[in-house]
Design a protein around this ligand. Structure first.
Ligand code: KG4
Ligand code: ZN
Length: 337
């Protein structure tokens, strides 16, 4: 089964073709048109602009993903939520049109499910049950994947998502949107132990909270001599990054203790592109479970893309879970539970 997948939930217009071959998922094309530059001036995603740019970019992205319609596919899959409603509608309308005009099976995919299945795009695939740690611009969630397509939400964030905290703190340090990668770059030159920052909800619960940390950073910065010295900015970035990683690591330790049958930990979502988080979480997993396995996709598959939506759709197909395009609607608040 070869699937054309479409992802337009936020500010990346993406389309991909993936194929299931002997249990592996092969990525044939994976096209991503980023709107980052268009949103950078406002310091964050402007929903109206995002939707308009999706309508402008999607035809080209679809042409590239299908090599100008030379690549044949059997089905179409699309992100139906969660995300920005205006953005989701563009992808969903396009996918429904393709399914109807070409009379092809249709798969409606949860964006977060896509992030989880990004781990199945790699050669080595996770064993189940798996603990998925989804950290992105909109979400910070711990999800237990007991069996394929069976999700149990163990905990989410009460306020800001991890990526949102990265973006806001980056702005505080004078970096441009999206701040995550820029902050990580700056942190390379700093000392992670320079500033002591609070770990929010440091308890046995599996919920996250990042707004306190963001507030602590704002307070800290306001008390320092301005303009900030270059080495101070780097120290702040490194200390913040280490605190976010420590917070996530602590919650994963608790989740693993509560769910001893877990065999794999999957790190996914845009913040999973963070090198420090990847390294520390891998160490934690190996320390906590001797035979535990750690999976994190290559960075381009961590941030939003359509190949991951195709990967999830492959499993929907394998488990006989096609959808009726006539009754499927975009749902900005779609959740696991
Ligand atoms: O998954 P994603 O592309 O979009 C959402 O579904 O939200 O995640 C985007 C988020 C942004 O907040 C961005 O700053 C963050 O991921 N991000 C990073 C890194 N690369 C992207 N955060 C920290 N370090 C990075 N290297
Ligand atoms: Zn995402």
């Amino acid at each position: 089964m070869r699937i054309l997948a479409i992802e337009t939930s936020c500010d990346e217009t993406a389309a991909a073709i993936v194929e299931e071959v002997d249990g592996k998922i092969v990525v044939i094309t994976n096209i991503i048109a980023s709107q980052i530059r268009a949103h950078a001036a406002s310091g964050g995603v402007v929903p109206e602009l995002a939707a308009r740019l999706h309508t402008e970019n999607l035809p080209t992205v679809l042409n590239q993903a299908t090599d100008n319609r030379r690549i044949i596919y059997d089905a179409v899959a699309v992100t139906v939520g969660p995300g920005l409603i205006g953005s989701l509608l563009i992808g969903v309308a396009a996918a429904k049109t393709i399914a109807q005009v070409e009379n092809k099976p249709f798969f409606a995919i949860n964006h977060l499910e896509g992030h989880i299945y990004s781990a199945w795009l790699e050669e080595d695939q996770p064993d189940l049950p798996a603990l998925a740690v989804i950290v992105s611009g909109g979400h910070s969630e711990l999800v237990l994947v007991g069996r394929h397509l069976r999700y149990q939400l163990l905990g989410a964030t009460r306020d800001d998502a991890a990526g949102e905290a990265f973006d806001k703190v980056a702005r505080l340090l004078g970096l441009t949107y999206p701040g995550g990668p820029a902050l990580a770059e700056l942190a390379k030159h700093g000392q992670a132990t320079a500033f002591k920052l609070p770990i929010s909800l440091d308890n046995k619960e599996l919920e996250f909270s990042f707004s306190g940390l963001k507030g602590a950073m704002a307070h800290l910065v306001a008390g320092l001599p301005q303009p900030l010295a270059e080495h101070t900015r780097a120290d702040l970035a490194a200390s913040f990054q280490a605190t976010v990683a420590q917070t996530i690591n602590k919650k994963v330790i608790i989740a693993l203790a509560q769910h001893p049958t877990v065999r794999s930990v999957i790190l996914a979502g845009g913040v999973a592109a963070n090198h420090h988080l990847r390294q520390t979480l891998e160490q934690t997993v190996h320390q906590q479970k001797r035979d535990g396995r750690f999976f994190v996709p290559e960075p381009i598959l961590c941030t939003d893309n359509a190949a991951m939506i195709g990967a999830a759709a492959v499993y929907h197909h394998l488990y006989g879970r096609a959808d009726n395009w006539r009754t499927v609607e975009a749902n900005p608040n779609l959740s696991f539970n």
